[in-house]
Every structure is written in structure tokens, then in C-alpha cells.
Write a new protein. Structure first.
Length: 202
């Protein structure tokens, strides 16, 4: 399974926003310094229309930790769906199993949530599922395996990770459920979704 394994702060600095899903004081101080600029404050030139769309696409893709082929497939699928494309795109991204594990607070970051799923520590409706891209359906229940939570360090990491659970999710200790599909206004991503859609409509 292809995935980005390089420095995450470098990606965030390239986009000029925190795309890591967690607070980092060292990153916040350096967000307006482009990677490779040797510590100099960057003078960002005015980008073209294509450049603006590209940056928004890269930003959203990197927030969810997806490679280009995966991300393009999701956007094109959203464009084929009957509902509003922006809403469909949000729902497809947010219903990924690794993202829901992250949103429920079972992992402090999406990369860690993806790893938990890949290593078989996550169950859907009582069955182990190790596919991070699995599209969780409304009503399906997600749980962390007893083997994983029997480790006190793992259990404490989850318990200490206090996050505000989205209205579309329900959480009870080490289990969670997708009760409905999320709405775009509930997802606080610093992205102009319409620009992303326009990028793939060229």
C-alpha cells in the first residue's frame, strides 16, 4: 500500500496551514517559511488560477494522507454521485475507516489510525478489518480489539486523547458508530472544496 513516509511538517509548511490534525508549536512558528528556504521568510508570488486549485487539491489530499491515484478516484466518484459534489466528497473522505478511527479519538493522528487498521487492531461489526480505505456505512459499529487495549500504554493513549466527536458519530469507551453521514459545515478543514473539484474538472 503506497503512502507518504517523509516529514509531515515539510508538507504543512508547503501548504502554509497546519494539515496534521494536531497542535504543534514548532510548526505554527514556521508555517510561513517554505521548506528549503533556509529559514528565510518566504515571499510567495501570486499564483495562477491553476496554481490556486493545485494548492487546494494538495492541501486536502495531504490532510487525509492519500496518494494522488487514491485521491483522484475519490473526487471522480464524488462527481458521479447524485448529491452535491462538495457534500459527496466530504462524505467519501470522512467515511474512510482510518479517518473514522481518528475522528473517534482512538488514534491521535490519521497515520496512526491507518497503522492501527492495517495491523488488524480495528473491528467493524465484530469482525477484524485491515483495509484503511474501507467505506464505513451508516449504522456500522467500530471497535478497538481487546488485544490492543489490553496493553496499558495503548489504552491510556486512547483515554488521554480527548477529542470532540463529530455529530455524525457516536462513541462509547472503545467502540463507536457512524450514525449518519457528515455535513461539510461540520468538518473544519482549511480547504476550498470547490477549487479541488474544479481542478479535476479541467
Amino acid at each position: 500500500m503506497a503512502r507518504y513516509t517523509g516529514p509531515k511538517h515539510k508538507l504543512a509548511r508547503r501548504e502554509g496551514v497546519n494539515i496534521l490534525g494536531k497542535t504543534s508549536q514548532s510548526l505554527e512558528r514556521r508555517l510561513n517559511v517554505l521548506p528549503g528556504s533556509l529559514g528565510r521568510r518566504s515571499r510567495r508570488s501570486r499564483p495562477s488560477e491553476y496554481g490556486i486549485q493545485l494548492r487546494e487539491k494538495q492541501k486536502l489530499k495531504r490532510i487525509y494522507g492519500l496518494m494522488e491515484k487514491q485521491f483522484r478516484k475519490i473526487v471522480l466518484e464524488a462527481q458521479r454521485m447524485s448529491e452535491n459534489t462538495e457534500e459527496a466528497l466530504v462524505q467519501l473522505l470522512e467515511s474512510r475507516l482510518d479517518n473514522i478511527v481518528y475522528r473517534l479519538g482512538f488514534a491521535p493522528s490519521r497515520p496512526m489510525a491507518r497503522q492501527m487498521v492495517s495491523h488488524g487492531h480495528v473491528q467493524v461489526n465484530g469482525k477484524k478489518l485491515n483495509i484503511p480505505s474501507y467505506k464505513v456505512k451508516v449504522g456500522e459499529k467500530i471497535a478497538i480489539s481487546e488485544k490492543f487495549t489490553s496493553n496499558e500504554f495503548n489504552k491510556k493513549t486512547i483515554e488521554d486523547n480527548q477529542v470532540e466527536v463529530l455529530p455524525s458519530l457516536k462513541k462509547d469507551k472503545m467502540t463507536g458508530e457512524l450514525v449518519r453521514l457528515p455535513k461539510s459545515e461540520e468538518i473544519a478543514n482549511p480547504v476550498e472544496y470547490q477549487l479541488v473539484i474544479e481542478f479535476y474538472s479541467r
